[in-house]
Design a protein around this ligand. Structure first.
Ligand code: NAD
Ligand code: UDP
Length: 317
C-alpha cells in the first residue's frame, strides 16, 4: 500500500512516516521545509519504501503511481511559526487540503486531515467534545491557523458529502516529544530548554491557563488507527491526552524532573490565548479502542533527553 504524508519532515509527520514504514507501507513524504527539517527524516532516506519530495502542497501534486492513503499534516503548528508565515499557513490548509482531496478522489484513496483543538478556539464548553462548534476570533492573530483549519474541515466534509470519498478528520490536542524544534516557541520546548539551562522559566499571563499534553507515540498510534480502522469514514475524532495542567503546574513538573533551580518569571499573555483546553476522548476510545498510555512525567523525561542532546550538538551553554 502506498501512502502520502504531507508535512512528512515535520515533528509529527516524521514520526508518522516511521510508523507507516514499520507497518510495511510505502511512504511518500511531501514537505516544503517551511518549519520542518530534513534532519528529521535523514535516517529514513535509505529505506527503499521511503521517498522525500520537496513540494509546496499549495500547488497541485501530480503522480503516476496509485496512491492508497493520504495523511494531510502540512501546516505550521506553533503559534510563533504560523504568525510568522500566516499566508503560507492559510495556503497549506486551504489550497493544500483541496489539492490533497482532489488527489484522494482521483485515486479512490483514503484521506485523513490533521486538524486541531484550535478549531474550538477559546472554548466555552469544557472538556471539548467533537460536537462543540467552538468560539473562534475570525480576525485575531491566531485566525490564520484556526480559521484555515476550520475551512480545511469544511472542504473535507464537502468532498465527503458530494463524492462519498473515504475521509476522516482528527482534532489533535497539544502533542510533544522528540524532534520538536528548540526554538519553535511552544511551551514544552521553551520550558525544557529553560529548565535544562537553569534559565528563568517564562510563564505567560498568571499561568492559570490550562492545556492537556499528549506524548507523540500515543498520538501517532491514534492517527494510524483513525486512518485504517473500520468505521471511521466521515468521522471527526479528538486525539489527545485528557490529563489537564495549568502552566504553573507544568513549570513545577519540569523543575521536579530536571532538579533545576530555574526561577519562574511571568511574561504577558499573548492575545487570544485560550484559557483552557482538554479533550473529551470518549469517541476515540469507542471507535478506535485508543487512549494515551504514556504519563506526562514519563513523556517529558524522554523529551528532555532529546533536548539535552540537541543542546550538546548545538554546543549551547
Ligand atoms: P511542524 O511544524 O513540525 O510540521 C509541519 C510540517 O508541514 C513541516 O515539516 C513544514 O515544513 C510542513 N509544511 C508547512 N507548510 C507546508 C506547505 N505549504 N507545503 C508542504 N509542507 C508544508 O508541526 P507539527 O507539530 O508536526 O504539526 C503537524 C500537523 O499537526 C499540523 O497540521 C498541525 O496543525 C497539526 N497539529 C499539531 C499539534 C501539535 O501539538 N503538535 C496540535 C494540533 C494540530
Ligand atoms: N506558554 C507559556 N510560556 C511559554 C510558551 C507558552 O506560558 O514560554 C503558554 C501559552 O501562553 C499557552 C500555553 O503555554 O497558554 C501553550 O502554548 P503553546 O504555544 O505551546 O500552544 P497553544 O496551545 O497555545 O497553541
Amino acid at each position: 500500500m502506498r501512502t502520502i504524508v504531507t508535512g512528512g519532515a515535520g515533528f509529527l509527520g516524521s514520526h508518522l512516516c516511521e510508523k507507516l514504514l514499520k507497518e510495511g507501507y510505502e511512504v511518500i513524504a511531501l514537505d516544503n521545509l517551511a518549519t520542518g527539517k530534513t534532519k528529521n527524516i535523514k535516517h529514513l532516506l535509505d529505506d527503499p519504501n521511503f521517498v522525500f519530495i520537496r513540494h509546496n502542497v499549495s500547488k497541485p501534486f501530480e503522480i503516476n503511481e496509485k496512491i492508497d492513503a493520504i495523511f494531510h499534516l502540512a501546516s505550521p503548528a506553533s503559534p510563533i511559526d504560523y504568525q510568522e508565515i500566516p499566508i503560507n499557513t492559510i495556503s497549506a490548509n486551504a489550497f493544500g487540503t483541496y489539492n490533497m482531496l482532489v488527489l484522494t478522489k482521483r485515486n479512490n484513496a483514503k484521506f485523513l486531515l490533521a486538524s486541531t483543538s484550535e478549531a474550538y478556539g477559546d472554548p466555552k464548553v469544557h472538556p471539548q467534545r467533537e460536537d462543540y462548534w467552538g468560539n473562534v476570533n475570525p480576525v485575531g492573530i491566531r485566525s490564520c491557523y484556526d480559521e484555515s483549519k476550520r475551512l480545511a474541515e469544511a472542504l473535507t466534509m464537502a468532498f465527503y458529502r458530494k463524492y462519498d470519498i473515504d475521509v476522516r478528520i482528527i482534532r489533535i490536542f497539544n502533542t510533544y516529544g522528540p524532534r520538536m524544534r528548540m526554538d519553535d516557541g511552544r511551551v514544552i520546548p521553551n520550558f525544557a530548554v529553560q529548565s535544562l539551562m537553569g534559565k528563568p522559566i517564562t510563564v505567560y499571563g498568571d499561568g492559570t491557563q490550562t492545556r492537556s499534553f499528549c506524548y507523540v507515540d500515543d498520538l501517532i498510534e491514534g492517527i494510524y488507527r483513525a486512518m485504517f480502522k473500520e468505521g471511521t469514514k466521515g468521522e471527526i475524532i479528538n486525539l489527545g491526552n485528557p490529563d489537564e495542567k495549568n502552566m504553573l503546574e507544568l513549570a513545577e513538573v519540569f523543575k521536579k524532573i530536571t532538579g533545576s533551580n530555574s526561577e519562574i518569571t511571568f511574561k504577558p499573555l499573548p492575545k487570544d490565548d485560550p484559557a483552557r483546553r482538554r479533550p473529551d476522548i470518549s469517541k476515540a476510545k469507542k471507535l478506535l479502542g485508543w487512549e494515551p498510555k504514556v504519563s506526562l512525567e514519563e513523556g517529558l523525561k524522554r523529551t528532555l533527553d532529546w533536548f539535552e542532546d540537541e543542546l550538546k550538538t548545538k554546543n549551547v551553554k
